[in-house]
Design a protein around this ligand. Structure first.
Ligand code: ZN
Length: 88
């Protein structure tokens, strides 16, 4: 699924006193696999807010490394790696 990394949301407050968006992602992905960067498979460092580029413009979290997080560009992510988030 084509998504775009939208920067600036990483400072949003994480619900339920969870310490970071990456931690929020880890708790919601229900995977026993180690979480890695969705673009380069390096170590995940940031829970990035992305928006779906096709169809309904829904928001999701994906794990990214800091280097990939700096690149504000469209990229492909497998649906199973997305965690839905709601923006108010
Ligand atoms: Zn990366």
């Amino acid at each position: 699924m084509l998504v775009r990394n939208i920067r600036g949301f990483e400072s949003r407050r994480v619900p339920n006193n969870i310490e970071s968006w990456l931690e929020y992602y880890n708790r919601n992905i229900h995977s026993s696999n180690r979480v890695t960067c969705s673009k380069c498979n390096g170590p995940a460092e940031v829970g990035a807010h992305v928006i779906k580029m096709v169809g309904v413009k829904e928001w999701y979290l994906v794990p990214l490394c800091k280097k990939c997080f700096e690149e504000e560009a469209n990229f492909e992510v497998e649906e199973k790696h997305l965690v839905k988030v709601y923006l108010m």
